[in-house]
Write a protein that binds this ligand. Structure first.
Ligand SMILES: C[S@@+](CC[C@H](N)C(=O)[O-])C[C@H]1O[C@@H](n2cnc3c(N)ncnc32)[C@H](O)[C@@H]1O
Length: 162
């Protein structure tokens, strides 16, 4: 069951004002995987909140879509200035309205711990192209990744990177 803890407009406004932007992490991830600007077509930032992290992906992709379940967060994300290749869509992380194999990068920035992770991971796997990349950014280790028979390996990779 998905958690709906970020729904209020006040919460979204506070998020926009005080959220720490993961600039170094995105730069690092992007430089390692996506070296040529706009080399790849589509990045999804799932659970994008007010969009601070979403926008950081813009230089590296033709199109970046931030998705979130909260209309208030998306309103805040859209209300602030965005690069022209960034847009936002409301949807649950567990049901991404994208075709199978059309996405190059799926990120979830301090958000995946709120998702129904087995369903989200299944969706991420479906929408990612072969060789695509999923990056879960988080400041908590209080999370298990459950997916098919690789749950322990996925969780161990997260812990090692952390
Ligand atoms: C801690 S905030 C992080 C926001 C943003 N990624 C950032 O780093 O600033 C978590 C976000 O996940 C969204 N969220 C939680 N559960 C969700 C779900 N099941 N599907 C989509 N979004 C969800 C919330 O609405 C919220 O905006």
């Amino acid at each position: 069951m998905a958690v709906r803890a970020f729904e209020g407009k006040d919460h979204a406004a506070a998020y926009w004002q005080f959220r720490v932007t993961p600039q170094e992490l995105i730069k690092n991830l992007s430089l390692k995987r996506f070296q040529t600007p706009k080399q790849f077509s589509l990045a999804l930032d799932v659970g994008c909140g007010s969009g601070q992290g979403t926008k950081l992906l813009a230089p590296y992709f033709t199109k970046v879509v931030g998705t979130d379940i909260s209309p208030a967060q998306l309103e805040m994300a859209s209300a602030n200035s965005n690069p022209p290749n960034v847009s936002y869509r409301q949807c649950p992380a567990e049901e991404l309205p994208f075709a199978s194999g059309e996405v190059d990068l799926v990120t979830a920035m301090t958000a995946a711990h709120w998702f129904d992770r087995p369903r989200f991971l299944q969706e991420a796997d479906r929408v990612l192209r072969p060789g695509g990349c999923m990056a879960l950014l988080s400041y908590t280790l209080d999370m298990e990744l459950e997916y098919r028979d690789i749950s322990k390996a996925l969780t161990d990779v997260c812990k090692e990177v952390f």
